[in-house]
Design a protein around this ligand. Sequence first.
Ligand SMILES: Cc1cc2nc3c(=O)[nH]c(=O)nc-3n(C[C@H](O)[C@H](O)[C@H](O)COP(=O)(O)OP(=O)(O)OC[C@H]3O[C@@H](n4cnc5c(N)ncnc54)[C@H](O)[C@@H]3O)c2cc1C
Length: 383
Amino acid sequence: MTSEGSAVVAGGGIGGVTAAIALRRAGWDVVVLERAPELREVGAGLSIAPNALRALDAIGVGEDVRAAATPSWAAGNLRLPGGEYLRRADPEHDTALSCFHRADLHRLLAARLPAGTVRTGATVTGVSTSAAGATVRYRTAEGEYEVAAGLVVGADGIHSTVRATLWPDAPAPRFRYTAWRGVTRPGSVWPEDGTFTFGPGAYFLAHPIGSERVYWALGVHADTPGVRYPDNLAEVRRRLTGWHRRVGELLDATPADAVLHNDINDLGALPTYVRGRVVLLGDAAHAMTPDMGQGACQAVEDAVTLAATTGDLAAYDRARLGRTRAIVSTARRKGRIAVSRSRLVHRMQVLGLRRAPASIVRRETGRVWDWTPPGTAEAPGGR
Ligand SMILES: Cc1cc2nc3c(=O)[nH]c(=O)nc-3n(C[C@H](O)[C@H](O)[C@H](O)COP(=O)(O)OP(=O)(O)OC[C@H]3O[C@@H](n4cnc5c(N)ncnc54)[C@H](O)[C@@H]3O)c2cc1C
């Protein structure tokens, strides 16, 4: 095999693994280089929206992903810290999100790749490109290597080495706020089907993720990145004191060591995701705050679009730049409002959520969720 038909994917997260599946289907010989010693997702839960399900349909994995998903109506069940509902999901007209433990979704996708496709313990250290192809440098415990490829995909996350090498002027990730996440098994005390609770300066999200597990996330305003606490669960409880009963029940059921704390960052817009035969996708290209629930969904869209445009990478840019930029900036704006400490901003947000007609809310969501993969006349899997 010459390097012409071979693709190297840097990073084996959800974006990288999906790209590998999509490229293989398009006839590429693919290797994924992943720096972690084993292929697994860390983190808690994840929601996948209909746009990403359709992308997964286009590469033959949508059915399995749907079968493994747990529906969550959190996008429609909106509450205040006192428990009052601002809005309730209407299963007849609304669409559920498909929720997972990240590790479950990642495992399901990775299982579609033949053994040997992913090389773990392989850290990409640099990349160069020409019109004809590209070269990737990587390091393993055994030594340093170079590999030539007809296509290199930078799917190496928000702190991407591929981006740092070929996009030296790219803006650095920007800190936006901070978040805690947990996965718990609250058992029969949690009869709900997903909720979103909006308080001043904070939001609390809960999604069922199957096997009686619930994933929760707390996003809060923070002035400074990197501030850490000795007991994350105690810190979350402190911040949610007085919030409604369901929040307390989830926290009561959460083991202290099941709580993760991460700062939330995003990326400023890049002028292009393509340099010669190297492309960026997912968080490496357009990391966003989680406020649209679209980071992984957009990585999946990127992957499927890329597989359809490898012969004309400018088409990849045309298809992806505008859409992902718009979603990054909407997520940033929503996040800013959701964690704003201003009582006025919070009151305006609550007013908007309470008063906006359901048809308008659905139309807004539809702009993101109605995406169809390239070459698909209409959604193959529907919603
Ligand atoms: C709190 C929170 C909640 C979220 N919720 C959602 C949600 O509900 N729905 C949704 O769609 N999105 C959500 N997201 C966003 C989503 O997690 C990311 O957008 C998605 O995981 C990005 O996938 P990726 O494959 O592009 O990058 P990553 O998941 O970051 O994967 C990058 C991979 O590259 C590897 N790597 C890095 N550097 C190198 C190197 N030099 N060499 C080799 N390998 C390397 C890493 O080890 C990693 O495996 C959320 C994010 C956060 C923070």
